[in-house]
Write a protein that binds this ligand. Structure first.
Ligand SMILES: N[C@@H](CCC(=O)N[C@@H](CS)C(=O)NCC(=O)O)C(=O)O
Length: 206
């Protein structure tokens, strides 16, 4: 099974981390965004969106990071996919929340606070402040959820933790106000102690 990624990608990082955490036999295939590998016909045949992560397993393909997480977790017996209707509901809730609510806020903050800085481009203050304000509202929800808890669903690690934690991959460089949300900071520290998470830390630029 091949897992297509880009070393800087926070979306691919969570898939790489889960595969390593579970010991799923995947071949990591790095793409060069600079060389536009992700828009080549050969890759578009795997993911027509031209994005990472994506998996090719013989003639089966799956893309969208959270779907990739589910496919990887289902490769071996484990309890990361939940064990009850209530856990399945909450795992899906947090994975959907990450994709639909958190990601659209995190990406512009990365761009304004990190990627532009690295390239010597001035941040757009209006976009940056709007994203930061929206992020604070979402972090408050996450912080309240994690009050007295180390994981998002139940009392153990699930794919929901991987799904949401991926968006914090560039949190420090993108200046997320994490110190204001101690439960989120504590939860993230816990995820960061996983060897698979540490091993998939993207190269630190800027
Ligand atoms: N909703 C997608 C987003 C994937 C995504 O945007 N990946 C980025 C890297 S973090 C990418 O491949 N960008 C290239 C592009 O969109 O052209 C997912 O969760 O997998």
């Amino acid at each position: 099974m091949e897992l297509y990624h880009w070393p800087m990608s926070h979306n691919a990082r969570k898939a790489r981390a889960l595969a390593r955490h579970l010991g799923v036999a995947v071949q990591e295939v790095p793409l060069s965004m600079q060389d536009k590998d992700h828009k080549a016909d050969s890759f578009l045949a795997i993911n027509p969106m031209g994005q990472v992560p994506a998996i090719k397993d013989d003639d089966y393909t799956v893309w969208e990071a959270n779907a990739v997480l589910i496919y990887l977790a289902a490769q071996s017996p484990n309890d990361l996919l939940g064990q009850s209707a209530q856990e399945w509901g909450h795992i899906t809730q947090w994975m959907t929340w990450q994709s639909v609510e958190l990601s659209p806020v995190v990406v512009p903050l990365h761009v304004e606070n990190h990627f532009k800085r690295v390239r010597g481009i001035d941040a757009d203050a209006v976009k940056r402040d709007a994203a930061k304000q929206k992020l604070r509202a979402l972090l408050k929800i996450l912080d309240d959820t994690l009050d007295g808890k180390d994981h998002l669903v139940g009392d153990r690690l699930t794919v929901a933790d991987f799904a949401v934690a991926g968006d914090f991959t560039h949190a420090r460089n993108a200046h997320f106000p994490l110190s204001e949300y101690p439960n989120v900071a504590r939860w993230l520290k816990g995820i960061e102690t996983l060897p698979a998470w540490a091993d998939t830390t993207p190269p630190q630029i800027g």
